[in-house]
Design a protein around this ligand. Structure first.
Ligand SMILES: [Cu+2]
Length: 129
């Protein structure tokens, strides 16, 4: 996504001078990041049975963790992050039981191929029934 935006910026020539002044390609271009997730960031959904994240690249083995925390307390409802068998960029945690309505924070970390550990989080809400 970021790469596409940068390519678009390059195509316009608006940032050509800036890019030319930067050692390229930089490590940041290859930085490990979240591509998308289910539930999506900031979405309000029915109680999900799993949280799935897709990263922009395959993380280094054993470096990925995902935590799901309820906003009000520290209740955690997760299994270990499991790597998808067929898509090495995708990890999921299964949720035990039904998440009650509320807002949850999904915190994740992982180490990309450039050796940088990246941490970030997003929130989603479970709708009242
Ligand atoms: Cu990096």
């Amino acid at each position: 996504m970021k790469t596409l935006l940068q390519l678009a910026a390059l195509a316009t020539g608006l940032t050509a001078a800036l890019v030319a002044a930067t050692p390229a390609p930089t490590a940041d271009d290859l930085h490990f990041a979240l591509d998308r997730s289910t539930p999506e960031a900031d979405a309000t959904v029915e109680a999900p049975s799993e949280i799935r994240l897709w990263f922009t690249q395959e993380p280094q083995e054993g470096t990925t963790s995902i935590r799901v925390v309820e906003a009000e307390d520290a209740g955690v409802h997760v299994t270990e992050a499991t790597q998808d068998n067929e898509d090495a960029t995708s990890f999921y945690v299964q949720l035990h039981g039904t998440l009650p309505p509320g807002t949850y924070t999904v915190s994740w970390r992982g180490m990309g191929q450039d050796g940088h550990v990246v941490r970030d989080s997003f929130q989603f809400s479970v709708a009242a029934r």
